[in-house]
Design a binder for this molecule. Sequence first.
Ligand code: OFO
Length: 171
Amino acid sequence: MLSEKIQTELVKQLNRESESSQLYLSMASWVEKKGYEGICEFLYDHSNEERIHMLKLIRYINKRGGNVILNKISIHNITYISLKELFKNLFEHEKEISKEINFLVEISLQEKDYFTYNFLQWYIKEQIEEEALSKMILDKIDLIGEDKGGLYLFDKDIKTFHKKNKNCNCG
Ligand code: OFO
């Protein structure tokens, strides 16, 4: 059984994952309208990944006899000044999620819930990847600056990179 404290925090996290999925979706849509084919594929697929993060939590809470509560999500409908601003937001968002996962790990140890501690290791690994990926993209966009040709080529690179990553099934 999950303790009250762990149950509450896991439910908060599953709702954050759901919000992340929505955030990536709104970003993908914004980017698609701007004509960036590669980046939009990456973001659409990532929105699906965030949904999987949410599902894993739901299944785990149910398996441990807890109660799942799904919040109503406020739809993100943000517009961005630039790709740089978008990826800056994304990187900040992932850093926040990492903080929350670390907090969850901490309380799982405090509560001596080693099942949850073990379950969360997958999220730790995932967050290392997510932070690194969004930072890598942000750094590249920073290098390119406002150069339209550079951004066009970068979009193509992301398409190739994303396709290769998807096929290798290493997520
Ligand atoms: Fe689920 O990790 Fe990103 O937000």
